[in-house]
Design a protein. Structure first.
Length: 316
């Protein structure tokens, strides 16, 4: 019997990604048995061609980025990944080689992060490639980190370096030189901080996806606090520093970093640094929370307010 085109495509490229509970991708739903005594954590993100990735981005990196931006949300909760559901909508003339590379990228990161495909849907679309992924993770009961929970006096910490994703997009559009390709690679392939132990250390957390300043504002509103951030303390990669001061605002507001933004009481700074060091994750303190209206004040090294034309990325 000849399979319809959609089911043949699923069998070739996505069935090898399926794990326990996926029913070999031959049913209408997955059946998942969560780990005993654990709370489930669920999150979803979409990526649209021309918005979240470029039309000439390698398909394997598109697949890996789709998985990783969702893993980043789990990392902010201190969760362990378990499985994911995925919807893939592509133009009818998308070549089979694209699906093969896309699935190969997913397989590579599935092996690295210990997660498998549970199910989903494939459709055609007259528009650009549209992808959606819902990931499921788990934590010990009551140990998930929320956006709320911070207090006045808590320090603000970030992992990794900030701004590489935004500058990588600028490099892709040939608005910025990127001789080593470092920035473009960071745009295409973020590094989710899965495995960083946050319970009992971070009072609140989220990942940085829409710009550091804007996402810090989200933490301020969730906790009814004000924040001061010192721009010179924000960690920049060598490639970002080489771009020069004219690109500082893009680094602070551009998005696509997928690093963790943490509120940490001062007496927990040493355990935080130890936890990060055990995972080889760079960590930097960039400011603090204080009582006041829920807003972010960005200051320069001299303490003067830094005027910004924008605060972050908007989806609308």
């Amino acid at each position: 019997m000849v399979l319809p085109a959609e089911f043949s495509l699923i069998a070739r490229h996505f069935r090898p990604l399926a794990g326990p509970g996926a029913l070999d991708l031959q049913d209408d739903a997955a059946i998942l048995t969560p780990p005993s005594g654990r709370d489930l954590v669920l999150t979803a993100d979409a990526m649209v061609g021309g918005v979240h990735f470029l039309s000439d981005d390698p398909a394997d990196l598109v697949g890996r980025k789709l998985l990783r931006v969702n893993l980043s949300d789990l990392a902010a909760k201190g969760a362990v990944p378990l499985g994911y559901l995925m919807t893939v909508s592509t133009p009818k003339d998308t070549p089979d080689a694209w699906f093969a590379a896309f699935a190969a990228g997913l397989a590579q990161d599935q092996a690295h992060y210990g997660v498998t495909l549970l199910g989903g849907d494939t459709t055609s679309t007259p528009g650009p490639i549209s992808l959606s992924l819902t990931i499921i993770g788990h934590v010990a009961p009551g140990e998930a980190i929320h956006r709320s929970g911070a207090s006045a006096g808590d320090e603000i910490w970030v992992t990794g370096t900030i701004g590489d994703g935004a500058l990588g997009l600028a490099a892709a559009h040939r608005r910025l030189a990127d001789p080593t390709g470092f920035l473009l690679h960071r745009y295409r392939l973020p590094q989710p901080r899965i495995g960083l132990a946050l319970h009992g250390i971070a009072a609140a957390a989220m990942d940085v996806s829409d710009g550091l300043v804007q996402d810090l504002g989200h933490l301020c509103r969730a906790n009814h606090l004000a924040a001061v951030m010192i721009a010179d303390h924000v960690p920049l990669s060598e490639a970002a520093r080489a771009a020069g001061p004219d690109w500082l605002e893009a680094c602070l507001t551009g998005g696509d970093d997928y690093e963790l933004l943490l509120a940490v009481p001062p007496d927990r700074a040493d355990p935080l640094k130890a936890a990060a060091a055990s995972r080889g994750i760079p960590l930097t303190r960039i400011g603090h929370f204080h009582s006041g209206p829920a807003e972010v004040m960005v200051r320069d090294a001299g303490g003067e307010p830094l005027a910004l034309k924008q605060r972050g990325w908007s989806h609308f």
